[in-house]
Design a protein around this ligand. Structure first.
Ligand code: NAD
Length: 486
């Protein structure tokens, strides 16, 4: 295999990164750009052998990294953040070439956020403490002990951002890492290996294995030396991983899909509500948190829909490297097939395309809004992961909450209302890991993040991340019993 390829002028090593060395596989797979369907390069295709080697490297590196002071770990993480900031342009163009998301978002939002992931968890580590407390004169002291090698498995829709949202806290916690990026977007993870090495992260502390989840996944998640598994991806894969992890009772954190609602009440600021609605087409609809179900109060449904369509049809689809583009291509022909399958089955079942409802030339799907959809229909119940939204109306607050909660998911919910008391009543009853009121996608890394029901298991973010990646210990010390110490 070719070991290094050039992607939009950036050199990317396509081998695994294990124990501080580049490791080739005899097999490869072809990475394809969603922008024009061209082959980007051949990527190492790992299997059980590479998985075993990566876990062994992480196990060997663990004692020294766990014993490294918090201050030194934080210093190295800030060094990685510096490296990311220096290479924002390179990371942005490689990510856009690989997954088709907008270059301008990668430049201005996503890659700075990648650096922030490292800075935030480095700083949080330094202030992580629980005040000691007393029990009948005994002192209780809580500590967060590094747990061991951690397998992190991530999806393609925001590859480096979602990977580093796990890598940063796991490394801060004193764990060593085996990262398995998605096979549709493997490149920026490889650049992260270079950046981490340059920042002085010791060999074996971060390992990156490439390949298909179906071929390398089980060897990672069933490995007895793995102490934590954090996964972001789909529900079916999560079930397979949970079954595989069960053999060793390996603790799991699962961040999964969603079918989140946007509830718009008649008392809402309609301009704001329309903006919130149109925002749901971001990243060509490939956003786990997207509010894909519009639930709109009957009395304003016509007006809201008219204004929404007016904006939606002006969105520019095209080359994601172009500053003027609003929506880039979908990731893969298979994803496009899947999206269109959902839409055509919905239309056959009686749905009406208010806008869109079809594929476009290239790897694009027309921004779509489907009305006349039944609550129990596939299009309302299942995650599409494309630019496809549904419209339903409600007559009462009660009905709005009932419809909002009536799927098997519970990742997020967005509420547009001009009445703070209504906001309080409604948000209290919504089943969701995150609820936004009159806003969307405001994310603070210290907030708990995760989903309810089939949208996930556990929470990460701030101290919740350390609770997951560490063995939390309570040490109780009696007031007496000391010998020869005065
Ligand atoms: P996916 O489940 O197909 O793949 C995710 C990762 O799992 C990939 O790296 C894949 O190689 C790996 N994998 C596949 N089979 C495996 C196995 N048997 N063992 C171990 N690993 C395996 O998901 P996807 O299509 O890449 O991502 C889209 C999904 O991710 C959507 O459902 C989306 O909602 C979800 N998502 C959730 C969040 C969140 O934070 N909740 C964020 C982004 C995406």
């Amino acid at each position: 295999m070719t070991e290094k390829i050039t992607v939009a002028g950036v050199r990317v090593d396509t081998r695994h990164w294990i124990g501080g060395e580049r490791v080739a596989s005899t097999e490869t797979f072809t990475d394809v750009s969603p922008i024009d369907g061209s082959a980007i390069g051949e990527i190492a295709r790992g299997g059980p052998a590479e998985a075993g080697r990566a876990v062994a490297a992480a196990k060997a590196a663990f004692p020294a990294w766990a014993a490294t002071s918090r201050a030194e770990r934080a210093r190295i993480l800030h060094g990685i953040a510096d490296g990311v900031e220096t290479r924002i342009e390179e990371l942005a163009i490689v990510e856009t070439t690989d997954n088709g998301a907008l270059l301008r978002s990668h430049r201005r939002g996503v890659m700075p956020r990648v650096a922030h992931n490292f800075r935030f968890f480095a700083d949080w580590l330094l202030k992580l403490e629980h005040e000691d407390f007393e029990t009948r004169g005994h002192t209780n002291h809580v500590s967060w002990d590094p747990a061991g090698p951690s397998v992190l498995i991530t999806p393609w829709n925001a590859p480096l951002m979602l990977a580093t949202w796990k890598v940063a806290p796991a490394l801060a916690a004193g764990n060593t890492v085996i990262l398995k990026p998605a096979e549709w977007s493997p490149l920026t993870a490889s650049l992260l290996a270079d950046i981490a090495a340059e920042a002085g992260l010791p060999a074996g502390v971060l390992n990156i294995v490439q390949g298909y989840g179906s071929e390398i996944g089980d060897a990672l998640t069933s490995h007895p030396d793995v102490r934590r598994i954090s996964f972001t991806g789909s529900v079916p894969t999560a079930k397979r991983i949970a079954a595989s992890a069960a053999a060793n009772l390996t603790p799991l954190s699962l961040e999964l899909g969603g079918k989140s609602p946007l509830l718009v009440f008649a008392d809402a600021d309609l301009d704001l509500a329309v903006d919130l609605a149109v925002e749901q087409y971001d990243n060509a609809g490939q956003v786990c948190l997207a509010a894909t179900r519009f639930l709109v109060e009957e009395s304003i449904a016509e007006e809201l829909t008219r204004r929404f369509v007016d904006k939606a049809i002006r969105l520019r689809q095209g080359d994601p490297r172009d500053e003027a583009t609003d929506i880039g291509p979908n990731i893969h022909p298979r994803q496009l097939e899947k999206i269109d399958g959902f839409v055509q089955r919905a239309i056959e079942a009686g749905a009406r395309a208010v806008v869109g409802g079809h594929r476009k030339d290239g790897q694009f799907y027309a921004p779509t809004l489907l009305a006349d959809v039944a609550q129990d229909s596939e299009i309302v119940q299942e995650e599409v992961f494309g630019p496809v939204l549904t419209l339903q109306t409600f007559a009462t607050e009660e009905e709005a909450v009932r419809l909002a909660n009536d799927t098997r998911f519970g990742l997020a919910a967005t509420v547009a209302t001009g009445d703070p008391e209504r906001a309080e009543r409604v948000t209290a009853r919504l089943v969701a890991g995150t609820v936004w009121v009159n806003c969307f996608f405001v994310r603070d890394l210290q907030a708990p993040f995760g989903g309810s029901r089939h949208s996930g298991v556990g929470r990460e973010g701030g101290t919740w991340s350390f609770d997951f990646y560490c063995d939390v210990k309570n040490t109780v010390t009696a007031p007496n019993g000391w010998k020869n110490h005065g």
